[in-house]
Design a protein around this ligand. Structure first.
Ligand code: PGA
Length: 246
């Protein structure tokens, strides 16, 4: 099981230090933890996480390796700051920054060539779900965002229904099961059957056990609840309980 914390543009640096110290102070058998902090925090987080086994990733990178791109961050810079991976195609980037599938694929290819692995996010809007298009939207995102040449060990996916992110609304376990099965079948068709598929969208301590029990769910990408040490730890503990039953 893999539990990833997506801090987004939070918290203040002083709180980040306390939070990450709490992360590092616990461990859960069979649970791999990943932290995606804001890019300016990476170096400090890397020092604090040293020896903890917690992986570090950037929340985005540019598709170019270097150059005149004011305000952007190169994949190689993330790696130099201690990251071993990067989150790409989060719906907040797709929506607020107009990122297309093709751009996400380009960024992924650059990240891979810079030695990072990638976690690519996909997910439908409420409108698309209500129109009955959820699965076709997600499969099209996979087709467009995942580079053809990627190897299984370089990739993780996160299925995050856009309407469930930060809203307190969680997809029903049947919907999660159906989408994760569709994603697994897409992966199998690409020779990537073992790639982990995480669920994301309002994962909390009180719904984590039910979500983790769903077939083909290999963990969670956690936003809001990752900003509370106790909640993040409780979600990791739920993942650990699931591992213990397998
Ligand atoms: P949330 O965010 O847990 O706050 O819904 C998840 C995400 O956007 O990765």
């Amino acid at each position: 099981m893999i539990i990833a914390a997506n801090w987004k543009m939070n918290p203040p640096l002083a709180e980040a230090g306390t939070l990450v110290a709490a992360y590092a102070a616990s461990s859960h058998d069979g649970v791999t933890r990943i932290l995606f902090p804001p890019a300016p925090y990476l170096v400090q987080m890397a020092m604090r996480l040293d020896g903890s086994g917690i992986h570090l990733g950037g929340q985005d990178c540019h598709q170019a390796t270097a150059g005149a791109h004011t305000g952007d961050v190169a994949a190689s810079m993330l790696a130099a700051c201690g990251a071993d991976r990067v989150l790409l195609g989060h719906s907040e980037r797709r929506q607020a920054h107009g990122e297309s599938d093709a751009l996400v694929a380009e960024k992924a290819a650059t990240a891979l060539s810079g030695g990072l692995s990638v976690m690519i996010c996909v997910g439908e809007t409420l409108e698309q779900r209500e129109a009955g298009d959820a699965e076709s939207v997600v499969i099209a995102q996979l087709d467009g965002s995942v580079p053809d040449s990627i190897r299984g060990e370089q990739l993780m996916l996160a299925y995050e229904p856009v309407w469930a992110i930060g809203t307190g609304k969680v997809a029903g376990v049947e919907d999660i099961a159906a989408m994760h099965a569709a994603i697994r079948s897409w992966l199998s068709g690409r020779g990537l059957a073992d790639v982990p598929v995480l669920y994301g969208g309002s994962v909390k301590p009180d719904n984590a056990d039910a979500i983790f029990a769903v077939e083909n769910v290999d963990g969670a990408l956690v936003g809001g609840a990752s900003l509370k040490a106790e909640d993040f730890d409780a979600i990791c503990a739920a993942a650990g309980r699931l591992v213990a039953t397998r």
